[in-house]
Design a protein around this ligand. Structure first.
Ligand code: NG1
Ligand code: ZN
Length: 574
């Protein structure tokens, strides 16, 4: 498996820039793309090594998600489709930081492969690789493939796919029975992803309506009408990988009478740039409609995904053309003064929780014996969402630090774990114990069948905007809700986020799931004293794990107060 000379030769084509010191953060390795070829090559080595160590297929996704187009990144995927365990992050960083080829060989042999270095390489293992639409993708893909092949492991590129699709494929690959045909290992095609997700969706939805409106407009271009289902859904694809993939949902959504209109699809003729004034991160943080939405009427049902389509938020444009702007604001987003009425990841989580709650209430009680349901949030969850969970839904709630790996792990420890970051990244996880019970009960209980099908519709490996759109549309249709009805579940407290450039973000360390500052001494006391002056005030500051910045979050009774609280905390941080 391990030939030092081959490895050294391959590595010599990918020299690490001298002053570059990558670390594996919440988003994997991420940096300006020009710095990354050596890092991605070494991740190729590492993914191949992990495949050998675990005797299973692994994956690599090349993307910088919602970050600017000139950045890129790489994230490792484990055989179950989940993220690489945190215990492996230090050695990943060590490998990425090696200054020369000899060090790369040594770290890989001694720190990663160990005894396996002397075994022969199995011919049946593969590393599955995907990438987003960034111009740097081809060069970094070549680096990843070279890394995998340097360890004599099969490398399979799936081209431009969403991050959740790649995670799904890695899991699916490990569930296939190995075949002896052909030169390489048997691997799934992308179609298995659509077969699974759309298959579950079509079983959950009635057959297509016999009388579709001929021009697709009869159900109304706006969500402001009384009927919750059908109508037009405008999708902001962030000029990223989502555009091509979401197009494939068109026939499925027609089953609900929903017509998709895709915007920011990366069409060169329209000149839009990846994540630039568009995409889920922009919409959620700036609370503005994305570019390419000028003609979308106020009150229309819209959603936005990020560059690699693992985040999803919904929104309605407010104001401008009149429409039901006033009502939308009244219904819930005092935090969105002009521009949009936002339904963020918290709202998606609550919608899922309400619907799943409805189903759980219909299940035979013995099926739920000993079954634990929980909802996982971070400090960024709006206080009103947390209160709604606690007081109305009465669901156990867990707060974890920012970063999907923490939320995922917490959700995984329940039988049914609902987790979403406010920025729209999340999913619903089902335990094997619950699935086994649901399978056994499905024939006699429509509710058990429904929940079982939901587990097939919802990506079980990571948050997935594609499966998220289907889930939200299904629930709105089932409940006959408009965005206004959904928004009215609870009223968000006005909030404000700030991003501060500071000399050394490392000065700030936090505790209690990032809700309090531990260092520097005195900062937390100062924040606390300030917060106490604001009715319903809450605020925290934490170093970003993905950018060289400190983030401040504040919420309070009114937008002016939330802005003022954020500003005062920012002064204390500087
Ligand atoms: P940082 O930069 O650590 O705040 C951001 C998001 C996270 C998560 C990661 C990974 C916010 C406030 N933070 O992390 O939720 O999505 O990126 O992509 O949105
Ligand atoms: Zn993303």
């Amino acid at each position: 498996v391990f030939d030092p000379d081959t490895l050294r030769r391959a590595s010599s084509a990918y020299t690490k820039p001298a002053n570059f010191h990558p670390s594996y953060g919440t988003a994997g390795f991420r940096a300006n793309a020009s710095l990354l070829p050596s890092t991605v090559f070494r991740c190729g080595l590492l993914a191949a090594a992990r495949a050998i160590l675990l005797n299973a297929h692994t994956g690599l996704m090349i993307t910088a998600s919602h970050n600017p187009v000139e950045d890129n990144g790489v994230k490792m995927v484990d055989p179950d489709g989940g993220m690489m365990p945190q215990s492996f992050e230090a050695v990943a960083a060590e490998l990425a930081n090696c200054d020369d080829d000899d060090a790369v060989v040594a770290v890989l042999r001694d720190r990663v492969l160990g005894e396996q270095a002397s075994c022969s390489s199995p011919q049946t293992l593969a590393v599955l690789v995907g990438h987003d639409t960034r111009p740097s993708a081809p060069e970094l893909l070549a680096a990843a493939l070279a890394g995998v092949r340097a360890l004599n492991v099969h490398a399979r590129s799936y081209g431009c796919v969403t991050t959740p699709q790649l995670h799904f494929l890695v899991r699916a690959a490990n569930q296939l029975t190995p075949s002896q045909d052909g030169p390489g290992p048997a691997l799934p095609e992308l179609q298995v992803y659509f077969d699974a997700i759309l298959g579950a969706f079509s079983e959950l939805t009635p057959p297509p309506l016999l009388q579709q409106p001929a021009d697709g407009t009869a159900a109304g271009g706006s969500d402001s009408g009384g009927s919750g289902s059908g109508g037009t859904l405008y999708v902001d694809c962030a000029n990223g990988v989502g555009a091509e993939q979401i197009q494939r949902l068109v026939p499925a959504l027609q089953r609900l009478g929903v017509e998709l209109r895709l915007r920011n699809t990366g069409d060169p003729a329209r000149g839009g740039q990846l994540n630039h004034r568009c995409g889920a991160d922009f919409v959620q943080k700036d609370r503005l409609p994305p570019t390419d939405f000028d003609d979308v009427p106020a009150g229309a049902r819209c959603c936005s995904v990020d560059g690699d389509a693992d985040r999803l938020v919904y929104f309605s444009p407010v104001g401008g053309g009149g429409g039901d702007a006033g009502t939308a604001t009244e219904a819930g987003t005092a935090a969105a003064p002009a521009g949009i009425s936002l339904l963020d990841g918290d709202k998606v989580a609550m919608l899922a929780a309400v619907y799943i709650g409805d189903i759980l209430n219909q299940l035979p009680s013995e099926l739920l014996e000993g079954i634990q349901v929980c909802c996982v949030q971070t400090a960024y969850a709006n206080g009103a969402a947390t209160a709604y969970l606690r007081d109305v839904l009465r669901l156990p709630t867990v707060c974890t630090p920012t970063g999907v790996k923490y939320l995922h792990e917490a959700a995984h420890s329940a039988d049914l774990g609902i987790y979403f970051e406010s920025n729209g990244h999340g999913t619903v996880l089902f335990s094997e114990q619950l699935l086994t019970r649901l399978r056994a009960a499905a024939e006699g209980s429509p509710a058990a069948r429904e929940l079982l099908l939901l587990s097939g519709l919802i990506n079980q490996t990571v948050g997935d905007a594609i499966s998220g759109v289907l889930l939200v549309e299904l629930i709105l249709s089932r409940k006959g809700w408009t965005l206004r009805d959904w928004q009215a579940l609870y009223t968000d407290l006005p909030s404000r986020q700030l991003k501060l450039k500071v000399a050394d973000r490392g000065c700030i360390t936090t505790g209690d799931a990032e809700r309090v500052c531990v260092t520097p001494a005195g900062l937390q006391d100062a924040i606390q004293r300030t917060v106490e002056q604001f009715p319903r005030g809450r605020a925290f500051a934490r170093p970003s794990g993905t950018e060289d910045a400190v983030r401040v979050y504040a919420e309070a009774d009114t937008q002016e107060q939330a802005d003022e609280l954020a500003r005062r905390v920012a002064v204390q941080v500087y």
